[in-house]
Design a protein around this ligand. Structure first.
Ligand SMILES: Cc1cc2nc3c(=O)[nH]c(=O)nc-3n(C[C@H](O)[C@H](O)[C@H](O)COP(=O)(O)OP(=O)(O)OC[C@H]3O[C@@H](n4cnc5c(N)ncnc54)[C@H](O)[C@@H]3O)c2cc1C
Ligand code: SF4
Length: 329
C-alpha cells in the first residue's frame, strides 16, 4: 500500500464547528475511526488536503434512550453498539450487524457514521494505483468505462456496510447537520442507487445522529455471507425485523446489503401481515428479494451465487427469528 499523501488535520470540539470547517475547506473530508478513509487515501481512491477529525466531538458519541426511541450519535463506535445492553436486547439486528464488521481492533475505533457513509466497493476500484493504471482505470475514478458493465453510463460499485440494512429493517431515521441546522429523514432516503454518488449528503453536511424506534414484541437479526468468516465485507447481508402474532406474521421488515449500490429495503412484504409463515410466504420473500437486489461482478464471487444465496440467507434468518419470537411469547 502506498504512503499517505500530505494533509492537514483539524480537530473541532463541536459538530457545529465541524460543519463550519467543512464549509471553509472544500477539499476536506471528515474522518471518524479512519478504518475506511485511511486505506482509501493510501490507495489514492480518495484525496483530501484537509481532514476534519470528528473523534473529539463528544456530543456525537452519546447513546441515549429517549422514551420509545434510542438515539445514537454518529460517533458511537461499533464495539459500543455490539456490547450495549439496550442495543443487544431491544435491537439485536443492530448489535449483530455491528459485531459482524471487520475485526475487533477495527470495531474499537470504527463508528456508526463511518459505516453508514462507507465508500462503495468494486474489484476494479479497491486496488492499488499501479493495478488500476495497468488496467486503464474505470469510470468511478480516472477512467471513462465501467469494467463491470462497459455499455453502462452508471457505476455499479456495491454498498457493503453491515449496519445500514439492520437500521433499515428497524425503521431508523437520521439527523444531518448542515449550516442551516438539522435535517431529519428516513435512513432509506439517505441512499442513492449509484456507485459513484450513493449518499444524499450535502457537501457541507455531517451525519449527526440516528434514531431507532423501540417496538415492543419485535425481534430482529442480521446474517451475512463473506469469504473469510473472521473478517470480511459482506458478499450479501440480510437484516430482518419481525413481529409474530401467534401463528401469523404481525410485521415483517427486511433489508439487504452488498448486492446493490445502496442498502436495499425490500418492499412488497406488508401484505404478509396476518398470513402464516409457510412455503407461500417464503416464496413471496424470495421473489421480492430477487426483484430488489442487483448484484453485479463487483466481487470475485459470482453473481448467480450471490443472487441465489441472498434469499437463502433471508429464509434461514426469518425462520430463526420466528422460533425466537415464539419462545418470547
Ligand atoms: C480489513 C477491513 C475489513 C473491513 N470489513 C468490513 C466489514 O466486514 N463490514 C463493514 O461494514 N465494513 C468493513 N470495513 C470498513 C470499515 O472498517 C467500517 O465500515 C467502519 O465502520 C467505517 O467506520 P469509520 O468510523 O472507521 O469510518 P471512516 O473511515 O472514518 O469514514 C468512512 C467515510 O465516512 C465519512 N464519514 C465518517 N463519519 C462521518 C459523519 N459523521 N458524517 C459524514 N461523513 C462521515 C468519511 O469522510 C469517509 O468518507 C473493513 C475495513 C477494513 C480495513
Ligand atoms: S462498477 Fe464499473 S465504474 Fe463502478 S467501480 Fe466497478 S468497474 Fe468502476
Amino acid at each position: 500500500m502506498a504512503a499517505l499523501s500530505e494533509f492537514s488535520v483539524l480537530r473541532p470540539a463541536s459538530a457545529a464547528d465541524a460543519v463550519r470547517l467543512r464549509g471553509e475547506h472544500p477539499a476536506s473530508r471528515f474522518i471518524a475511526g479512519g478504518t475506511d478513509l485511511v486505506p482509501n487515501l493510501r490507495r489514492g481512491l480518495v484525496d483530501a488536503e484537509v481532514v476534519i477529525d470528528l473523534t473529539g466531538v463528544g456530543e456525537m458519541r452519546e447513546l441515549q434512550q429517549q422514551g420509545d426511541m434510542l438515539r445514537l450519535g454518529a460517533g458511537v463506535t461499533l464495539a459500543t453498539l455490539a456490547a450495549d445492553a439496550t442495543v443487544r436486547t431491544q435491537l439485536p439486528a443492530l448489535a449483530q450487524a455491528a459485531a459482524a464488521v471487520a475485526g475487533p481492533t477495527h470495531r474499537a475505533s470504527a463508528t456508526l457514521g463511518g459505516n453508514l457513509c462507507l465508500e462503495t466497493r468494486c474489484q476494479y476500484f479497491n486496488q492499488s494505483e499501479s493495478w488500476r493504471q495497468g488496467n486503464d482505470y474505470c469510470m468511478k475514478l480516472a477512467g471513462d468505462t465501467c469494467r463491470v458493465a462497459p455499455k453502462s453510463s452508471r457505476c455499479y460499485a456495491a454498498f457493503s456496510g453491515d449496519v445500514a440494512p439492520a437500521l433499515l429493517a428497524l425503521d431508523a431515521e437520521i439527523e444531518l447537520l448542515g449550516p442551516q441546522g438539522i435535517r431529519r429523514l428516513p435512513l432509506a432516503e439517505f441512499y442513492v442507487d449509484d456507485g459513484m454518488r450513493w449518499l444524499a449528503l450535502g457537501a457541507d453536511e455531517l451525519l449527526f445522529a440516528v434514531t431507532v424506534p423501540l417496538v415492543a414484541g419485535r425481534v430482529s437479526g442480521y446474517e451475512k455471507l463473506r469469504v473469510r468468516g473472521a473478517i470480511d465485507f459482506p458478499l450479501a447481508g440480510v437484516a430482518v425485523a419481525l413481529v409474530r402474532d401467534g401463528d401469523t406474521i404481525g410485521e415483517l421488515r427486511l433489508a439487504c446489503t452488498g448486492v446493490s449500490s445502496r442498502p436495499e429495503f425490500v418492499g412488497g412484504l406488508d401484505w404478509l401481515a396476518g398470513q402464516p409463515l409457510d412455503a407461500a410466504a417464503f416464496a413471496v420473500i424470495a421473489r421480492q428479494i430477487k426483484r430488489t437486489i442487483q448484484p453485479m461482478e463487483t466481487t470475485t464471487v459470482s453473481v448467480p451465487y450471490r443472487r441465489r444465496a441472498t434469499p437463502v440467507l433471508a429464509k434461514r434468518l426469518v425462520g430463526r427469528l420466528w422460533d425466537e419470537a415464539h419462545r418470547e411469547d
